[in-house]
Write a protein that binds this ligand. Structure first.
Ligand SMILES: [Zn+2]
Length: 499
């Protein structure tokens, strides 16, 4: 390794470390000043009081400290990461697996990881899943309840897209940075003769790629000062550096991911809803659509908080992004395709209602986007029915149900080709995926609502959030919970829609 520490020439060594970039770099910033009595102190500004009062229920989550710098040309990110990984499963872990999302076909960038150190010792690593995952072999099995400290450095090459759909990197002077760091995968415990495993397989291009355990995050993000930087969590402070860059100090948790968006071309407008500051970052030449995005985000946040349980964070951002007429969900932040602010303006309300619902279905309650994509997509999609009913009335909600979900499925079933909803993303094609995970899944939740009645249906959803908040649910768990809450036999319904 060639790096020394602990000698009396500590200061010189530290300067040398900083100059040469030899790692792992120390993490002196906030970590060491944290009072031991309150491990949640750094993250509290990002959480509403009600969730702060219930932190003991959450249990131990991974804790990330990230220090990332964007170069002046905007071509590369370089970063250091420190993550405390608790083994919260019942299995002893022989290894850890991290997603390298920038290497996926969804993101089309490139991330290289170096100097992976576990509890102070360099470890053996290997690339897995066609370079989209990193496996670090633990020197000894990590028993349940124990924690390991991992540090690594990473460099990301940022792609530049031009086709109107860029999830990662630059397009239209907008920089999109979800999943830009090595992200711990979700571990599935051993059960019924199956060995435990890390869920790091990459879904097909048309399915969502992020799948992480909820975690605590501290991020120092340095970039040219001219950029507006919007991120998951809360920005505690911004500090201008002498070289014309600025450092944003961002905290958040529990977050399913930490996403950063940056541009110098947004305008913004803010309001408050459901205990949070809601901000719409919109194309400068579309102020009325920017206001509309704020209106719908705030209204959806209020409505869903009333229906399903409160929104946990102090901020919620809706950000214009180079996604055409599509959107995407991250923790405390959703992105909305720029076309929605102009030529697809009539779809803005629907899209914002859908993406905002993901703050419950995906962010608070996670599920595997490869094995069971319909679970969060169906709930988020069908949430628009509630939104339309609340904002535009019953007739508009019925019309949405009919045109958006029922008619496409009826057209499909006329050809005799409607399959079960609960299929893995890699078992269907892009068209089937859209029809099943969105349309037919919405019709399933509508059928469930009709079977149980409004009150009981909402009680099922509220109990689902309470039971699986910050965890990973499955269709089986959802159905068992729905049966327990309602007392109804839902097997026939599940048989005819899901299996
Ligand atoms: Zn969605």
């Amino acid at each position: 390794m060639g790096c020394r520490s602990g000698s009396r020439i500590m200061l010189i060594a530290l300067l040398w470390l900083l100059m040469t970039g030899c790692g792992p770099l120390p993490f002196p910033a906030v970590h060491s000043q944290r009072p031991a009595a309150d491990p949640y102190q750094p993250y509290r500004p990002s959480m509403q009081p009600w969730i702060q009062a219930r932190l003991e229920e959450i249990g131990t989550l991974p804790r990330y400290t990230l220090r990332v710098e964007l170069d002046g040309a905007g071509d590369r990110l370089s970063g250091d990461m420190h993550v405390s990984v608790p083994n919260t499963s019942r299995d002893a872990w022989p290894d850890l697996v991290f997603h390298l999302y920038p290497n996926t076909p969804h993101y089309q960038g490139m991330i290289a990881v170096s100097r992976v150190v576990l509890d102070g010792q360099p470890v053996v690593t290997e690339m897995i899943e066609d370079g989209t995952g990193l496996r670090a072999v633990l020197p000894a099995h990590l028993p349940p309840g124990q924690e390991v400290e991992v540090t690594m450095q990473f460099n990301v090459t940022l792609p530049r897209g031009s086709d109107g759909y860029t999830l990662f990197g630059w397009e239209d002077d907008i920089l999109s940075l979800p999943g830009f760091y090595p992200a711990l995968a979700v571990y599935e415990e051993a059960s019924m003769g199956e060995t435990g495993r890390w869920l790091a397989q990459v879904p097909p291009l048309f399915a969502d790629v992020l799948f992480n355990p909820a975690a605590w995050y501290e991020l120092e993000f340095t970039a040219p000062a001219a950029l507006t930087v919007v991120a998951s969590g809360t920005t505690l402070q911004m500090a201008d550096n002498q070289d014309g860059t600025r450092t944003w100090h961002i905290v958040g948790g529990p977050l399913r991911d930490i996403a950063v968006m940056a541009s110098d071309r947004w305008h913004s407008v803010s309001g408050t809803a459901a205990g949070a500051t809601v901000t719409s970052y919109y194309p400068a030449d579309e102020p009325s659509a920017g206001q509309a995005a704020l209106f719908h985000a705030a209204a959806a946040l209020r409505l869903y908080s009333d229906l399903w349980g409160r929104y946990p964070y102090t901020e919620f951002d809706v950000v214009a992004a180079p996604l055409g007429y599509r959107g995407m969900e991250y923790s405390g932040l959703v992105i909305v395709g720029e076309d929605m602010y102009s030529r697809h303006r009539q779809q803005l309300a629907f899209l914002v209602a859908h993406e905002t619902a993901h703050q419950w279905w995906y962010v608070q309650v996670g599920n595997d986007p490869l094995a069971h994509p319909w679970l969060d997509e169906g709930l988020a999609e069908y949430a628009a029915f509630d939104y339309y009913r609340g904002v535009y009335g019953q007739g508009a909600a019925e019309a949405l149900l009919s045109t958006r979900w029922l008619m496409p499925i009826e057209a499909l079933s006329a050809k005799g080709a409607v399959g079960p909803v609960d299929r893995p993303a890699d078992a269907v094609n892009a068209t089937e995926y859209e029809l099943l995970a969105y349309a037919r899944a919405s019709l399933f939740f509508n059928a469930l609502r009709e079977r149980l009645g409004d009150e009981l249906y909402l009680e099922v959803l509220r109990t689902y959030v309470e039971t699986y908040r910050w965890q990973v649910a499955t269709p089986q768990r959802f159905l068992r919970l729905a049966q327990n809450v309602s007392g109804a036999n839902l097997n026939p319904l599940a048989e005819s829609w899901l299996r």
